[in-house]
Write a protein that binds this ligand. Structure first.
Ligand SMILES: C[S@@+](CC[C@H](N)C(=O)[O-])C[C@H]1O[C@@H](n2cnc3c(N)ncnc32)[C@H](O)[C@@H]1O
Length: 231
């Protein structure tokens, strides 16, 4: 299924997240299963309760995270992608996992940019390794929160000198080579503030070397401070 294109759905994602990228993700998943951050996300959602729940994943790539959630009892998932390069690999993984019919894949709908995206709300909304690919974090996380009945889980890279320098260099390379894609290291406090403004409370915030993972739920909950005391 495909839909409208927002300003970010102009082909810049398919240029970078292409068939080669898709098959490397699928191969890696088939050989080694979920990555460490994916396991952390699955554990977080298992803790909230998966059986019978619906999941909307924004930027879910080949959909391996959704397969893991379905195998643990999630009822159905929807994948939104701005790159059209994942579909063949995603189909193969879905066939191999026997989840056909429980996954809906939508290409080209940008929840943050479309005025009427026509995407139903889900119990859980996920964004893994996505917010750092999108310029308008407030728009995307706000739309994610508004589509989440129960929780939003998202990962983002640590914001430090190293990641900022790496993204600056990568963006310079993209510009030099005429590509439109850019990466971002958004403010963690700014991103969490968006979820809070949309009625979600942070319940866990796990830091790791590469991907920090935030879980925010709709009902009021106590904040467990990130290790190290600050964001
Ligand atoms: C680094 S890839 C990660 C893919 C997958 N989540 C994973 O971890 O393997 C980032 C993906 O986010 C997608 N993306 C970025 N902004 C998006 C948006 N607003 N809606 C849907 N997909 C988006 C890109 O097309 C790209 O495939």
């Amino acid at each position: 299924m495909s839909g409208c294109c927002g300003p970010e759905g102009d082909g810049r994602y398919s240029e970078i997240f292409d068939e080669r990228f898709a098959s490397s993700l699928a191969r890696r998943y088939l050989r080694r299963g979920p990555t460490a951050p994916e396991r952390r996300i699955v554990d977080a959602l298992s803790g909230l309760g998966l059986p019978g729940r619906s999941v909307l994943e924004i930027g879910g790539g080949v959909g391996e995270l959704q397969l893991e959630l379905l195998s643990r009892g999630a009822a159905e998932t929807v994948n939104l992608e701005l790159s059209d390069a994942y579909e063949e690999q995603a189909d193969e993984l879905m066939r191999a996992s026997g989840v056909d019919g429980r996954v809906t894949r939508i290409v080209g709908v940008d929840l943050a940019a479309a005025s009427d995206p026509g995407v139903a709300r889900a119990d859980y909304v996920l964004l893994h390794r996505v917010i750092c690919c999108y310029p308008d974090f407030a728009g995307l996380l706000g739309a994610a929160a508004d589509h989440a009945r129960t929780a939003v889980v998202f990962s983002h890279p640590a914001r430090n000198l190293f990641t900022r320098a790496a993204v600056t260099m990568s963006n310079a390379w993209m510009a030099l080579t005429g590509r439109r894609y850019r990466g971002y290291v958004h403010s963690p406090a700014g991103m969490l503030a968006v979820l809070s403004a949309h009625g979600l409370s942070l319940t866990t915030y796990e830091r790791s070397k590469r991907w920090h993972i935030a879980v925010a739920v709709r009902e009021p909950a106590a904040v467990r401070a990130p290790a190290g005391g600050h964001l």
